[in-house]
Design a protein around this ligand. Structure first.
Ligand SMILES: [Zn+2]
Ligand SMILES: [Zn+2]
Length: 191
């Protein structure tokens, strides 16, 4: 958590001046913005600049502003089993309290627990990021029953015949095995 000043022009920074500070007042924030940075780990993430759809209602409460609404984004990554590209639309609920500067909440909590307003500005980004990352699967899969890759040759099982397998031959028998295959080639009997 940094103390750097919020940029009012940042895509997820909201100016609440219009909301005012009388408890119960509400203000709706609907935005289609580009993700200011990538959210999530490399294997599965909402890429930087990808579209975010934000629909949040801000409610003035005695200690600050409550943000409550939905965010939609598309996450991309690769299947943890077969490495095929995976894309998924994430729809998440965002619920976050932002404490007014100088409020009791601000004085008695850590900025890591309760976010703060800076003057009239609040930043939805940390709340949006947390909600999206929480909704991401720990193990992204192209489909729930993805069979993954053959451990021997690395080819996806989906592209291999059902009877695909590798003979594992003891090195001591390999020489003998070679002789046998030469033998097999020399006669025309079907196997
Ligand atoms: Zn897969
Ligand atoms: Zn194989």
């Amino acid at each position: 958590m940094t103390d750097t000043a919020l940029d009012p022009a940042a895509p997820l920074v909201v100016d609440t001046a219009e909301l005012g500070r009388s408890a119960g007042a509400t203000m709706r924030v609907e935005r289609e913005v580009a993700a200011p940075e990538a959210f999530g780990p490399d294997v599965f993430r909402v890429p930087e600049s990808s579209p975010l759809s934000v629909d949040v209602t801000l409610t003035s409460v005695s200690e600050g502003v409550l943000a409550d609404g939905d965010v939609e984004a598309t996450a991309e990554g690769e299947c943890a089993r077969c490495l095929a590209p995976v894309e998924d639309t994430l729809r998440v609920r965002v619920q976050e309290l932002y404490a007014y500067e100088g409020s009791v909440t601000e004085e008695t909590t850590d900025a890591d627990e309760i976010l703060r307003l800076q003057g009239d500005l609040l930043d939805l980004e940390p709340a949006v990021r947390d909600a999206l990352v929480l909704a991401m699967p720990v193990t992204p899969l192209c489909r729930p029953d993805c069979p993954g890759l053959c451990a021997e040759c690395g080819v996806p099982w989906d592209e291999l015949p059902d009877d695909h397998r590798h003979e594992t031959v003891d090195p001591r028998w390999a020489a003998l095995e070679k002789l046998r295959s030469v033998d097999a080639e020399s006669d025309d009997r079907p196997e």
